[in-house]
Design a protein around this ligand. Structure first.
Ligand code: SF4
Ligand code: MG
Length: 336
């Protein structure tokens, strides 16, 4: 049987004046209800386009999409605008990085939470207002009865983020996509918001996709992890497996640029040298090869000629032999 969300060989290609941009190029993953999948990568890795295309918001006029996005058995790549409209904010919802882009400054917070509820459930104004108060309470806004008629600018940044989460969750979505939901917030509020998402997931049983460039964010929240690079998944596994024994040199790089906890705080961050490749003309073979320190360990020029494939289940898309990966990781990468 299919997973609740099953993405199969998804390709999202944009035609531009300069040529074809393969923003997502052959991505597959599964997600079950009540589970959280972290999708990690730098900007331009395809993580945001993937999720916009699940919601049907990938700018369909200028792109072609192939493959399947099966949500509860329905292929969203074949869904009409009308069908997608019915699903968005209802069966699936999105939490954005910046609440100010999702909330209108002209309407009260309560009205903006109530509106999708009325639209999708047919509730009356009065019922929807009561629901808005209830949701503000659930996301931890103190004294929600007296805050429901406030405008977004009367809320702090953290409270706005909570209000947006309330808006996203008001129809009990079964799939929640959170794109860098805490990046704009300070560390304490970040932790509170992530805790909140976990609590709400327990209550609603939603499947969550958490998109981030920060492995630290997914470490505490996600069950499974997908590392994306240049429009493809390069590593997949449970969060525990990937963080304990990461296999792909790109994932090693991400770990190096992750703030260390406790004892190692003085150690400077080591960003991955170089920058992500152009998606117009990605390097032949492994797209990571211009930035990879381990090309010579593979031999035969395979890294620059042959595209490594990601196996199903736990694994990574890299030509390095398994024993070599372990050896390099233990000797060079693993934090002492
Ligand atoms: Fe590095 Fe080669 Fe592995 Fe790509 S396939 S990550 S270039 S070792
Ligand atoms: Mg299709």
């Amino acid at each position: 049987p299919d997973a609740f969300l099953s993405v199969r060989d998804l390709r999202v290609h944009f035609s531009t004046e300069d040529g074809l941009v393969k923003a997502v190029d052959g991505l597959s993953f599964d997600l079950e209800r009540g589970q959280t999948l972290g999708i990690v990568g730098e900007s331009g890795s395809g993580k945001s386009v993937t999720n916009l295309s699940i919601l049907g918001l990938h700018n369909p006029q200028s792109s072609t999409i192939t493959g399947e996005i099966l949500l509860d058995g329905q292929d969203l790549t074949d869904a009409s605008d009308k069908e997608l409209e019915k699903l968005r904010g209802n069966k699936m919802a999105m939490i954005f990085q910046d609440a100010l882009t999702a909330l209108s400054p002209y309407y009260t917070v309560g009205r903006q939470i109530a509106e999708p509820y009325m639209k999708h459930t047919g509730a009356s104004k009065k019922e929807a207002r009561a629901r808005a108060v209830e949701m503000l309470g659930k996301v931890g806004i103190p004294d929600p009865k007296n805050r429901v008629d406030d405008y977004p600018h009367q809320f702090s940044g953290g409270m706005r983020q909570r209000a947006m989460i309330a808006m996203s969750l008001v129809c009990n979505p079964e799939l929640l996509i959170a794109d860098e939901p805490t990046t704009a917030l300070d560390v304490t509020v970040q932790a509170q918001i992530l805790d909140l998402l976990k609590d709400l997931q327990q209550e609603f049983g939603s499947a969550i996709i958490l998109i981030t460039h920060d492995l630290g964010v997914v470490a505490n929240v996600a069950d499974d992890l997908l590392v994306m690079y240049a429009g493809r998944a390069v590593e997949r596994g449970s969060v525990r497996e990937v963080l304990k024994r990461p296999e792909h040199p790109y994932t090693w790089g991400l770990l190096g640029s992750m703030p260390r906890l406790a004892s190692d705080v003085s150690e400077p961050l080591r960003p991955i040298p170089g920058s992500p490749p152009s998606l117009l003309n990605p390097p032949a073979g492994c797209a990571f090869n211009p930035r990879c320190d381990y090309v010579d360990l593979v031999g035969g020029g395979r890294c620059t000629s042959e595209r490594p494939l990601l196996p199903a289940g736990r694994g990574s898309a890299c030509h390095l032999e398994a024993e070599r990966k372990q050896q390099v990781f233990i000797e060079k990468i693993q934090p002492r």
